[in-house]
Structure formats: C-alpha cells, structure tokens
Design a protein around this ligand. Sequence first.
Ligand code: SF4
Ligand code: SF4
Ligand code: SF4
Length: 297
Amino acid sequence: MTPKAWKIVRGARTAVQLLSLAVVSVAVAAGYSCLLTRMQIVPAMLACSVVWLLAWIVITVLVGRVYCSTVCPLGTFQDIMARLGIRRRGYFYTVAMTPLRWLMVIAAVAAAVMGLWEVVALLDPYSEWADIINRLGIPAYERVAEALGRRPVLRAVTVSLASGAFTAVIAGVIVYVAATRGRRICNTVCPVGTLLGAVARLSVYHVDIDTDRCTGCNRCVERCKGTCINPWEHTVDLSRCVVCLDCLDVCPNQAITFRRGRHRLQMPLMMPAAGYRFSRRMPSPRALLTVRLVVGR
Ligand code: SF4
Ligand code: SF4
Ligand code: SF4
C-alpha cells in the first residue's frame, strides 16, 4: 500500500477511535451499557464473556493490539493528550520494562483474587476512564449547566472530596505522561496492554521493516508513540506496538509496512534521506556500519 493509502486507513482508525470514546463516555455518564462497553476487556473478563474474550484473542493473534488503538477509551484519551503535548523532537525508542509490566499484571490478578476492587479499578483502563467520567466529568458538567442556568440531563452523582481529588491526581499523571511520553503508561503500567502484547508478539500481520529499503532516516522512530521501533536493529517490538499505523505513511522509501512474516537483516543501504539531520541521541547508520564491519557482525 502507498503512504497515501495508509494515511486514509489511519484517518479511518482515528475516526473509529474518537467515535468509540464519545459513545463509551456518554454510556458511562448516562449509566447504560452498550456494545462498546461490553466489549471492553476487563469488564468482559469479570462477566466471563467468552465471546468477547475469544474475539479479542483472535483479533490480536491476527493483527496485534488493535484494541489499544480503537476502542480502549483510556488509549484514545492518551492519544488526544499526546497530540496536545509539545514534542518538538518526536519520540525515540525505549527499552521495554518487561519485569515492571508483568509485576503490574500480577498485582492486578492478586488484587482481584483478594477482592481489592479499588486496586483493580485503578489498573483497569476502562474502570479508570469510568472514574474520570463519574468523578470529574459529571461534576464539571453539572457546574457548567448550573452556570448556564440549565437543568443537567445526566444522572446525578455524589462524589466525595477525597475520591474526586484522588481521581484528579491520577488523571493529571495520565495527561502529563501522555503529553510528554506518548503511550508510556500503556507500555509499562497497563496490565491489559501487557497481556495483549504477549499475544501480539505472535501476530500474523504486523508492522515490519524491510532492511534492504530502510535508509535509517528515523522518521518512523520519531513518529512512534509506543517507542517500540528499534533503529539499530531495524525491528519493531510487537508486544508494545499499539497498531496506531502512525509510522506507515512517513517512510520516504516505503520500507516500513504492515505485512505477514518478517524481513531478515541482509544489507541495509545505510544512506541518510536527503536533508535529514540525525538525532544526537543515537549513532548514525554510518557509525553503526563501521562498528559492524569492525566487530564482524
Ligand atoms: S495498553 Fe491499556 S490503557 Fe493503553 S490502550 Fe491498551 S488497554 Fe488501553
Ligand atoms: S527509511 Fe523508513 S523504515 Fe527506515 S528509518 Fe526511515 S522511515 Fe523508518
Ligand atoms: S510501530 Fe508504528 S504502528 Fe506500532 S506503535 Fe509505533 S507508530 Fe504505532
């Protein structure tokens, strides 16, 4: 597919994402359940909804963590905050914090077994979003409706000062991290992201770099809010790729694609794209080539 075609697909994905966020938020605020609230992963687990759980496993095996870039409300909220954030230099690859990620999964499971539902709600992205809507969104909406002299049409909620303040702090942390580091929370703290990532490692279709076409320009690396494109090895950490497709339309050589199977490193061209300055935080492909020739790899 051409970069233009990927841009259209990315636009469609973003539209689905925003529509899902709006529908889920209104459903939560109005106290209703709908298809989009029932398909959320942790509620589906708690309701033992075999259909939805199987559906997400099959989708993730086929195309990776699509859930994280379409229907997860907290993922969409982070993307909006990332868009509003100021990142002049773009993103950069980070090493996976695998032990921390699995520690969070163990913590979530242990909390559920012990009946500590407040902890489960804190770690479940859907419950966290519901808390933000119920404890911050609805009270804010009521104040605005009062100020405008209108009768609020949403259900009334009673929020204690302590729970409201706690949710405001959590929301503030999410906003700050998303605005400055993209999907860092998704790829370190969220247990759902870690479980989906474990399956996505084996996904049939995934983002992949054709090393014979890649010139090491780093445009895709700087676009990747999952910070999962390794510019040295020309690989994508599929356990952290949220399938946002943001990287596919920036490549000047169409070297990064969404495809089946993997390209093996053969002979990277090691040519910088015209007019592009390499990041000071990483060695240039030319320096890497020299190291490879010296060490014989
Ligand atoms: S990693 Fe968690 S919070 Fe992020 S999009 Fe996926 S499910 Fe949502
Ligand atoms: S050439 Fe394409 S795949 Fe290679 S670093 Fe640049 S944008 Fe990424
Ligand atoms: S590798 Fe591409 S699709 Fe995956 S998270 Fe990064 S930018 Fe998004």
